[in-house]
Design a protein around this ligand. Sequence first.
Ligand SMILES: Nc1nc2c(ncn2[C@@H]2O[C@H](COP(=O)(O)OP(=O)(O)OP(=O)(O)O)[C@@H](O)[C@H]2O)c(=O)[nH]1
Ligand SMILES: [Mg+2]
Ligand SMILES: [Zn+2]
Length: 288
Amino acid sequence: MKGIITKGIGGFYYVKAEDGTVYECKARGVFRKNDIKPTIGDRVEISGGSIERIYERSSYLIRPSVANIDNLVIVIAAANPAPDLLLADKLTVAADSAGITPVICINKTDLAAPEQLARIYESAGYRVIVMSAAEQSGEQELKEAIRGRVSAFAGLSGVGKSSILNLLCGNVAETGEVSRINRGKHTTRHVELFETEDETYILDTPGFSSLKITEICDIKASELAGYFPEFANAGECRFKGCSHINEPDCAVKRLVESGDAASSRYESYKELYKQLKEVKDWEKNEKF
Ligand SMILES: Nc1nc2c(ncn2[C@@H]2O[C@H](COP(=O)(O)OP(=O)(O)OP(=O)(O)O)[C@@H](O)[C@H]2O)c(=O)[nH]1
Ligand SMILES: [Mg+2]
Ligand SMILES: [Zn+2]
């Protein structure tokens, strides 16, 4: 029977099968030998309480470790906690480079106006959803964006990922006060795939903030600009292979100066470029 892994706890995998039942399964030893670890989101073949086969993955994200995700819903709070745009931009790059479509979800619009944030990501070419889980507004559009697909929620602790999940799936996840987050506590501690309606799956994740881009995606610094879709409108830089950092006569810098690309996005680009450069140099040194 075919199914999808929704949860993994203590060596057991929970597989929601075609017949609608959730089966507790063990993985066959053969996967361990081949260095394949069954992962949430994997489409599998099960038989007699054991996972017999893992189907080829359409996408794979390292952190959170999840397979076959179609959308990464990047949740940003309009306020409380304050938006962390570097994190959001890091996640758009990680998603895109893993073959996953980023969706920007601005939550807590009851606390602050979302227009400026929305403009940054709309002009970058992403789908933006503006909502308030507390006031139950805007979630219909989110529902439409994720219908029939597998989506993971990501974003800072306290932005409301679990609250949104509860709104869409009926109360399934624990939520927590933002105040406890300042003490480094996350309300959501494990990863689980929930089905909202037929074939629509949502995965809640614990909030994270301090991830380096190199921990969540494997791209070269020279490839980074390709993951900022708005830079494609910039035209030609004077130098071939321009890094868009210090070179003169750079089309990307002109685009940012003219206001056609958001300066916050360009700031993120520079920081992520630096992080990617650092690791590559370090790796180079290791080899000699
Ligand atoms: N004002 C307001 N508060 C919200 C909204 N959505 C969620 N909250 C509150 O924000 C707090 C944190 O929400 P959670 O859903 O637990 O946040 P989370 O992103 O799942 O956090 P972690 O699990 O720690 O990553 C809770 O007190 C929620 O009630 C909203 O739209 N407006
Ligand atoms: Mg949560
Ligand atoms: Zn340039």
